[in-house]
Design a protein around this ligand. Structure first.
Ligand SMILES: [Zn+2]
Length: 141
């Protein structure tokens, strides 16, 4: 199934009210659209399918998210979490093998190191359309 802009904005329909929130600006919507296109392109090439478990967050929602970064890209529509951790593991391997020809580089996405997106209770894959401070494709959150 294709991930849409609105899937990013509402975390796959979980929080429809966030699309009407004042922090969901035109810029956030444009970011979410661009992010959805890049994630879809990546998933298509991997032959994978997934949904967004956490996309756009209001500042309040972000503050209530355990472990979320204070200036999280989720607040700008720039980041989305997929439910499958295995996708992140595959993308990391692909990057290590192909570097500049990898899926992350070609689709201009940045990813939290999957070694850090795994806890006792859950795991996920975090992708974002803007570089982290370090500029690294795969970064430590
Ligand atoms: Zn995330």
């Amino acid at each position: 199934m294709t991930i849409t802009r609105d899937d990013i904005l509402t975390s796959s329909g979980k929080y429809p009210e966030r699309m009407k929130h004042p922090e969901c600006t035109d810029e956030v919507k444009e970011n979410a659209l661009d992010l959805s296109i890049k994630i879809n392109a990546c998933l298509h090439e991997l032959g994978e399918d997934d949904i967004v478990s956490s996309g756009f967050r209001t500042s309040l929602a972000n503050a209530k998210t355990p472990g979320a970064a204070e200036h999280s890209q989720h607040m700008h529509g720039n980041a989305g979490d997929l439910t499958k951790h295995s996708i992140g593991v595959r993308l990391k391997k692909d990057y290590q093998e192909k570097k500049e020809r990898s899926l992350l580089v070609r689709h201009d996405l940045y990813m939290e190191d999957p070694d850090y997106t795994i806890t006792d209770s859950m795991d996920w894959t975090h992708l974002q359309r803007v570089p982290p401070k370090s500029g690294k494709r795969i970064f430590i959150p």
